[in-house]
Structures are given as C-alpha cells and as structure tokens.
Design a protein around this ligand. Structure first.
Ligand SMILES: [Zn+2]
Length: 217
C-alpha cells in the first residue's frame, strides 16, 4: 500500500521503520526502493536485504546513484518517474525537504517534481485518494522540518531498535543522533508531542481526499 523512496539503505528504518513494521503487521507490507546502494565498499545493501527479510517488507528496486553524488536532478526525476509507474500507490513516503545530506535533498526535490499531481506520473493503481509524507533522518534532517503528522509506534520500538542493530556499518555511539540512546530519546520526544509513549514524526506534504465517508445533508 505504501511506497517508500529512500536515498540509501538504513534511511527506511531510521525515517519510518516503526511505522512500516506496524503497517506490515496490519497486513499492508510496504514496498521500499533505494536510489543508491550506500557507501562504496560498505555493507549497507547486504544489510538492507537482511533487515527486509526480518521485517517482512519488500525491496522493489535499487537505483543507479552513487553515494554523495546524486544528480543531475533531471536524471533523478526520471528514475523516480519510472518507480512511480511501477510501484506508485496511494501513499508515498519521501525524504524531508530540509536536509543537510545532499543525496536526501536532491531525492526529495526529484520526488516532489515527479509526484506533482497535474503531471500524471503518480497514478499506477490509484484509487481516489493519495498522500505524500516526508520523514526525518536523525543527524541529517535540519531544524526546518516541522512535523504535522505522527504515527504511534509505541509497540514497535523494540523491533525497530533490533533492526537498526543489523546495519553493521552504521552503528554510532552516544551522543550521536543515530546512537541507540538518541534514537530512543527522539521516539519518546515525538511521542510526547503526540500524547503517546513513542512515535515517529512526519510532514504531510500533500493530500488529496477523493471521496468522503459521510453523507451530505
Ligand atoms: Zn541516507
């Protein structure tokens, strides 16, 4: 049901892993695509396969873009448009537009261009509604990110934390924003903003409500 468009392996987990686990457990396993395989010579892509197998989600595609060298923008837009034709569903999750990581920022810009509703690219398998969410990556998303959508992941934090451990090359020690302690603190902070123990935060970039559930009087 949901398509997640990430720059690198581990972005899916750091940005929205608890939410994806919850969707999967509800019978709606997400599809994830990576625009690149991560650091050259690193284990990120192999680790992503292990994580996906354990989490129960599908990796739909790997893009051709090298770490820290995403671009030119037109090429990234073209790649995203191909992804939309093949996998584009009613709900798409993308990087924030307030990124210090240049790959994340370029991919965000490309997704916003490819998903603009009047361009007609974002249509495969669509019903009357569609949503575009952006997620935050600890240590990479800047202070311009303003959440307006929260997902209660209280029951899924432990599994998410365990999966983060599987990205062997990405382990960081406290007080790094991607250390286990900081990730848990962020989940609790986002939860406190939403009135639940733990949450992941998103920015709703776009929403079309195609039909109403109530009746007009
Ligand atoms: Zn990344």
């Amino acid at each position: 049901m949901a398509l997640v468009i990430c720059a690198h392996p581990d972005d899916e987990l750091l940005g929205c892993g608890g939410t994806l686990l919850k969707w999967k457990d509800s019978g709606f396993p997400p599809t994830i695509v990576f625009a690149g395989t991560g650091r050259v010579g690193g284990s990120q892509s192999a680790d992503a396969l292990v994580v996906a197998a354990k989490a129960g989600w599908t990796i739909g595609a790997w893009g051709p873009f090298q770490d820290n060298q995403f671009g030119p923008l037109e090429a990234v837009v073209g790649w995203v448009e191909g992804i939309l034709e093949k996998y584009g569903g009613p709900r798409i999750l993308i990087h924030s537009g307030h990124e210090m990581n240049q790959d994340h920022q370029i991919l965000h810009d490309a997704c916003k261009i490819a998903c603009r509703p009047w361009a007609g690219k974002w249509k495969a398998g669509l019903g009357p509604s569609r949503e575009l969410w952006s997620f935050e990556i600890p240590g990479s998303t800047g202070s311009g990110f303003v959440p307006n959508l929260y997902f209660d992941t209280s029951g899924h934090w432990k599994r998410k934390g365990g999966l983060v451990e599987l990205y062997r090359s990405e382990h960081r020690l406290s007080p790094h924003p991607r250390s286990p302690e900081a990730l848990e603190a962020r989940a609790r902070l986002r939860g406190s903003e939403a009135g639940v123990p733990m949450a992941e935060a998103f920015h709703l970039e776009f929403q079309l409500i195609g039909q109403t559930s109530g009746t007009a009087s």
